[in-house]
Design a protein around this ligand. Structure first.
Ligand code: 3PG
Length: 423
């Protein structure tokens, strides 16, 4: 047991049917059906291999894409091929999740065999919109289709999806109510590294906060500033634009439209007390970059930003300043790129910061899909301290709130279900 959660060491796997929830959510090129990155698939390989080597009948459950943004929403068929290559053993794919075909395939598994079911978010109860609207308890999640159809066929539930541990969905939090449950190796490793660094970070400890998915970012900022885990927070991306607006600065109508469209406008008002209290430790850009009418990079200092632009990167002065602060730090947490790094015109800020991360002597921890993609794009994977597969999950973890999946796994460790669920 670790962190009050069962580990794989405690279970005899031979001949057991194990439902293993992984997070292999990757960006997909939907035209060609190929995965643009495979880092999360690589990360779950040790757990899947251990289960299969131990003689378990392995059933993998995973989501692909977001139903909120309706982006990357795709079958998990390509993932099975990648897993087959990485494991060097066959991973069967079935385009079903809870139906008769899936259940029959699970029943017919032999020891050591691996089956990947289709995107669990093809089931309504697994969608984030469903979660947000209905907010089911874990007991209620145990009564959903996914759990009631699959749990009776399994002996053990393993959650290796740290990157989805901030989600409160049946395939993540429902099985723990009815099956013996453990965390997988990746989950254990991510939990261990991040809690370790958070408990006593070497100082100065600097957080770099960028990206465009920022729902939990302000709460997280408040937590790490209040607890003094962070000495400084360097801001980029949407977080910086919202904070600049909260200070009464202009960031261009294009940026404001994007903030409104993303439903983040309320953060402009709600972040003011944060700035009032911790303004000296929250570092905002002094200049920004955008594209001019000819789609060329242009920069402007804060206070002189043209009215109709959309900010797409931090400016060169800001990048140089952040670089120095990262080089002087002893611990750096990074979540999200500083701008639209996918475009050559607007990648300067992200590239500068990533190079500084590679050069600094500080222990660096990076999280989030885009941060990982940027690290791969710049060929710097080996130069980072620890790359966490989670983005949203890492931010929620850093808010200090117990993650729903951690709560469910701890519950399972305390209250072992007496009766095995029946079909
Ligand atoms: C992620 O990409 O952060 C995880 O896979 C969770 O995805 P979600 O934010 O769509 O729930």
């Amino acid at each position: 047991m670790r962190f009050g959660i069962h580990t794989l060491d405690e279970f005899d796997l031979a001949g057991k049917t194990v439902l293993c929830r992984v997070d292999i959510n990757q960006p997909v090129d939907q035209k060609t059906g190929t995965l643009k990155s495979i880092n999360r698939i690589q990360a779950c390989v040790p757990t899947v291999r251990e289960l299969s080597d131990g003689g378990a009948k392995v059933v993998l459950l995973a989501h692909q894409g977001s139903d909120i943004e309706y982006k990357n929403f795709y079958t998990t068929a390509p993932h099975a091929k990648v897993l087959t290559d990485l494991l060097g053993r066959d991973v069967r794919f079935l385009d079903d999740v809870t139906g008769p075909a899936a259940r029959e395939a699970i029943r017919s598994l032999q020891n050591g065999e691996i089956l990947l079911l289709d995107n669990v978010r093809f089931c309504a109860e697994e969608q984030t919109l469903f979660e947000m609207k209905l907010n089911l308890t874990h007991e209620q999640q145990a009564k959903t289709q996914v759990v009631t159809k699959l749990a009776p066929l399994a002996d053990l539930y393993v959650c290796d999806a740290f990157a989805a541990a901030h989600r409160d969905q049946p395939s993540l939090c429902g099985f723990e109510q009815v099956l013996p449950s453990a965390m997988g190796r990746l989950f254990e490793q991510e939990f261990c590294v991040i809690s370790g660094v958070m408990e006593s970070p070497a100082r100065p400890c600097v957080f770099v906060l960028g990206g465009a998915k920022i729902s939990d970012a302000f709460l997280m900022m408040e937590t790490v500033l209040k607890s003094s885990a962070a000495d400084l927070v360097l801001t980029g991306g949407l977080v910086a634009q919202i904070l600049l607006l909260a200070k009464g600065e202009q960031v261009g109508s294009g940026s404001l439209d994007f903030i409104r469209k993303s439903n983040y406008e309320s953060f402009i008002e709600s972040s003011r007390p944060l700035l009032a209290q911790y303004g000296d430790r929250i570092i905002l850009p002094v200049d920004v970059a955008f594209l001019d009418e000819s789609d060329r990079r242009a920069e402007a200092e804060i206070g002189a930003v043209p009215a109709d632009i959309c900010v797409m990167d931090i400016g060169s002065k800001t990048a140089a300043d952040y670089r120095e602060r990262i080089l002087a730090a002893k611990t750096v947490f990074v979540n999200g790129p500083l701008g639209v790094f996918e475009k050559p015109e607007t990648e300067h800020g992200t590239r500068t910061i990533w190079n500084a991360l590679a050069q600094t002597k500080a222990y660096t921890v990076l999280g989030g899909g885009d941060s990982i993609t940027a690290t791969e794009q710049y060929g710097l994977v080996e130069r980072m301290g620890y790359i966490c597969t989670g983005g949203g999950a890492l931010i929620r973890f850093l808010t200090g709130e117990e993650l729903p999946v951690v709560r469910a796994l701890r519950h399972a460790a305390q209250a072992f279900p007496a009766d095995h669920p029946k079909e």
